[in-house]
Design a protein around this ligand. Structure first.
Ligand SMILES: Nc1ncnc2c1ncn2[C@@H]1O[C@H](COP(=O)(O)OP(=O)(O)OP(=O)(O)O)[C@@H](O)[C@H]1O
Ligand SMILES: [Mg+2]
Length: 329
């Protein structure tokens, strides 16, 4: 497959740290794979191996139909990479940065300039095009870095945490750019700490932990693995919570009296795992009403990717500030 990414048994050790412990990946042509994992899981190392920046100790990889270890130069010509640490030249302007990339890829000066202008426009950097990158904000740098990776519209793209540090508006804009790119047939491997981002952009998700892929599937498949839906009810009067809990428990996954239903008295909240979706929810509302139990809130909750991540790796995502969390303890 000319646009696909395939990796098999990638191993990489740094001293006594086994950064990759046999990573297998497949990204079909024209699809997006989201690589998720806690800090230090091996995401960046995987990307560096696949983009020829790092030689794995063992394993093999084929990117865009080319063997990564045998023909790294050819791979480099077929891929775009935007890194976790932006590869922007501080002393060049935004426009010069992009033109330089074009020239590295043997574009004619005129073509490189036109492409640079197009990208500056697309990434909302036109106003800052003639300022040195040194004066750019973090978000602007990130956008410039991503624009640089898109100068030659390669068939395969790698993005290592493309939207980390961007504000919600810029993140949304970048998602649109990425979606556009993929609808044009680009194959993309993206790493992210934001599960919402993977949910939004990725066809398939691979969860890495300690240098291995520990789960993969679509977002829905992973969520289904973590456990199904549950009904949450907040009753108005705390005195009625036991009656309401008994009523809900009738509908719980394993049936009444099996201990499925949990009650948080102080929150006046009852949670029970169910199947049956919205129809069941309507039935429960009717029954509660018949029994004269007033409710403040009721809802059907499905597991989020955050729940998936937590149950698979035992730690929450977005642990970007472990120091702050430690300090808060
Ligand atoms: N050049 C290096 N020298 C020594 N150790 C390294 C090197 N690069 C990575 N490591 C180690 O390999 C492991 C995987 O690191 P990697 O950067 O791939 O993680 P990551 O999943 O990208 O994490 P993050 O979410 O923090 O970006 C870590 O334990 C890291 O300390
Ligand atoms: Mg990383």
């Amino acid at each position: 497959m000319p646009g696909a990414i395939h990796a098999e048994g990638l191993v990489k050790t740094f001293g006594d740290v086994k950064a990759l412990d046999g990573v297998d990946l497949d990204v079909p042509e024209g699809t997006v794979l989201g690589l998720l994992g806690p800090n230090g899981a091996g995401k960046t190392t995987t990307v560096r191996c696949l983009t020829t920046l790092l030689r794995p100790d063992s394993g093999r990889a084929v990117v865009a139909g080319i063997d990564v270890l045998k023909h790294p130069d050819a791979v480099r010509r077929s891929i775009g990479l935007s890194g976790q640490f932006a590869a922007v030249d501080e002393y060049l302007t935004g426009r010069e940065n992009l033109q330089m990339v074009g020239q590295l890829y043997q574009m004619k000066a005129k073509t490189a300039r036109a492409r640079a202008d197009e990208l500056l426009e697309q990434f909302h950097l036109a106003d800052a095009a003639d300022r040195t990158a040194k004066t750019y904000s973090g978000g602007m740098r990130r956008r410039l870095d991503l624009a640089a990776a898109l100068v030659v519209s390669p068939p395969v793209m790698f993005m290592d945490e493309p939207t980390t540090g961007l504000d919600p508006r810029n993140r949304q804009q970048l998602w649109d750019v990425i979606k556009n790119l993929v609808s044009g047939g680009t194959t993309l491997l993206l790493t992210t700490q934001y599960l919402e981002e993977a949910d939004h952009l990725a066809h398939d998700i691979a969860v890495v932990d300690q240098g291995r892929v520990i789960a993969r599937g679509t977002s829905d498949q992973l969520k289904a693995r973590t456990g199904g839906e549950r009904v949450e009810v907040v009753v108005h009067e705390r005195e009625r919570i036991r009656t309401a809990a008994a009523l809900l428990d009738k509908y719980s996954l394993r049936g009444p009296g099996q201990g499925d239903t949990s009650v948080e008295e102080h929150m006046r909240k009852i949670t029970t795992p169910v199947t049956g979706g919205a129809k069941l929810l309507a039935e429960i509302i009717r029954e509660l009403d018949t029994d004269g139990i007033e409710i403040d809130d009721i809802g059907l909750r499905r597991p989020t990717l955050d729940d998936v991540f937590l149950s698979l790796t035992g730690h929450a995502a977005e642990s970007a500030q472990p120091a702050a969390e430690e300090a808060a303890k």
